[in-house]
Design a protein around this ligand. Structure first.
Ligand code: GLP
Length: 243
């Protein structure tokens, strides 16, 4: 796992060193936590002027947010990003973009967020985790490759998977979320898919080996020409070429 973290963070650092970097695509979830920690450690070794310059021009767009949770709610993805990254790098929330979970009209907010990303030039490097049901972001099955930023209803499996942040009670997990669609994700220049643990081995196999289909939204990543796959031994146990 440490080796994966080092490699991915090296890619992130390279992206951040570019003269003009495109917005980063950020993901949440337990899988991502060691990556943010390592990124902060790595950036701490940068000379101060370089780090200050990076902080001034930092711009990232998260994949998703729960409908109904304000940024001040510790269970929101906005709070997650502040805890994992923002407060360590002193980044104001306007540089760490997420959909507004409290918008009065979530569908309109999804359109606004998608268009804000488009105006910012789209994603350069996208970090991506994998849901146990094959979702990426919150693109729940079925999600077509052309799906755009929108409001989605979370499946029971997803609410169960994410219940940990809600005191272990899946009923407390919001029923809806706003997520970037596969269209916006697949438009990223490079995608880093990070998958760990035996529980995701079979869905990862379906995503990478079986034909693309809406029922396994992550399978649309096969259509992207620059996906980096980062897995531990347990997660790749069902992949014929790697195990
Ligand atoms: C969440 C997020 C995804 C994340 C995935 C995996 O629901 N919406 O962006 O990648 O599920 O989460 P974890 O890393 O906690 O398994």
């Amino acid at each position: 796992m440490e080796a994966i973290v080092d490699h991915v963070v090296a890619h992130l650092a390279t992206a951040l060193e570019r003269e003009s970097f495109k917005p980063l695509g950020m993901a949440t979830g337990r899988t991502m936590e060691p990556f943010y920690k390592a990124l902060i450690q790595r950036l701490a070794s940068w000379p101060t002027p370089r780090l200050e310059q990076l902080k001034r021009r930092w711009l990232s767009f998260n994949l998703d947010e729960y409908v109904g949770l304000p940024p001040g709610d510790s269970r929101s993805f906005a709070a997650y990003m502040q805890t994992q990254l923002g407060c360590h790098l002193n980044l104001p929330s306007c540089q760490l973009q997420l959909p507004d979970g409290t918008a009065r009209d979530p569908a309109e907010e999804a359109r606004r967020y998608g268009s804000a990303l488009h105006k910012a030039g789209g994603i350069g490097l996208q970090l991506l985790g994998l849901g146990g049901n094959g979702h990426v972001g919150f693109n729940e099955p079925p999600s077509p490759a052309g799906s755009r930023c929108r409001v989605v209803t979370l499946q029971q499996a997803t609410r169960n998977q994410n219940a940990g942040a809600f005191g272990g009670n899946p009923d407390k997990v919001p029923e809806q979320a706003i997520t970037l669609g596969l269209d916006e994700i697949l438009a990223a220049d490079e995608i880093h898919l990070i998958v760990t643990g035996a529980a995701k081995a079979e869905i990862l196999r379906q995503a990478l080996v079986d034909p693309c289909r809406d029922d396994v939204p992550a399978s649309w990543l096969q259509r992207h020409s620059n996906v980096h796959l980062w897995v531990d031994d347990a997660a790749c146990a069902h992949l014929p070429l790697l195990s």
